[in-house]
Ligand binder design. Structure first.
Ligand code: SAM
Length: 254
């Protein structure tokens, strides 16, 4: 039987395969959650096809279920004007536009796998009137950037699409391009103890593409296993849609 190991509030390395985490729920009560992650039912090749269809309605979906988490994620990112920022999987650019406003004196780079999502992000960025950005097709698995390049890597609702076995590979890519001391901020659909949060995974089981291929994940043990430090996790529910916000720091070189 799979068990989860938490001792004195710490997740032990053995928990990576069957992770358990402590979360703060809305009432700020610490709870322990089982986090067995469902298999990813969409492949990387499916993703551009799915998001080509979803792109026209994605912002409506995001407004109903993701705005609270996106705002909190941006707040926790504590962007300082002048930074070099990478957003991976910009989608239609809802967060990227906010990043541009917070970082008019820095450089802002965004990539996505789906050209129809990226096209919408480009339109939003053009409307901002700022030009210190670069938006391009790109793949989280193989970032086209030098080591130690970015102060902040921002990534929302992408890991919930990926196979669990790929989490360390992609997180190591994020870590590689972050400078020592750089911040990683992520939001993803997650697991919850409340039955009403779990209905989304029932929908996923019936038709993964209805949820854009997203199912609940739990990233905290993974970012710790690849070496991020000062990690934290918060839980947010909007219209019963469960999101975790994860933050970690790349350690200074030893
Ligand atoms: C659920 S949407 C989230 C979009 C945006 N981050 C947001 O929060 O509004 C998922 C996005 O991840 C992108 N994506 C999925 N796998 C990717 C990968 N390997 N590299 C880059 N983008 C990816 C998809 O194309 C899609 O635009």
């Amino acid at each position: 039987m799979n068990r989860w190991s938490i001792r004195s509030g710490r997740v032990f390395p053995s928990a990576v395969r069957h992770p358990a985490v402590e979360i703060k729920n809305k009432r700020n009560v610490m709870t322990t959650e089982k986090t067995k992650i469902m298999d990813a039912l969409v492949t990387k090749e499916d993703i551009p096809n799915i998001y080509r269809g979803i792109a026209p309605i994605y912002d409506l979906w995001g407004m109903l279920t993701e705005t609270k988490a996106r705002k909190r994620c941006l707040d926790l990112a504590q962007i300082n004007n002048g930074e070099n920022i990478l957003e991976v999987a910009v989608g239609t650019g809802s967060a990227f536009t906010e990043i541009l406003k917070k970082n008019p004196g820095g450089m802002n780079t965004g990539i996505d796998l789906t050209s129809e999502m990226l096209g919408r992000a480009k339109k939003k960025a053009q409307m901002s009137g700022l030009n210190n950005y670069h938006l391009a097709l790109g793949d989280a698995y193989n970032l086209a950037y030098d080591n130690d390049s970015f102060d902040l890597v921002f990534n929302n609702y992408m890991f919930d699409l990926l196979p669990e076995k790929d989490f360390p590979l992609v997180l190591n890519e994020f870590k590689r391009v972050l400078r020592p001391g750089g911040r990683l901020l992520m939001a993803n659909m997650t697991k919850s103890m409340h039955w009403y949060n779990s209905i989304w995974e029932v929908v996923y089981g019936l038709s993964p593409s209805l949820l854009g291929g997203c199912r609940g994940v739990c990233l905290l043990p993974y970012i710790e296993s690849v070496g991020f430090i000062n990690t934290q996790r918060e839980f947010i529910s909007q219209m019963t849609f469960p999101t975790e916000i994860i933050r970690g720091i790349k350690p200074d070189a030893v």
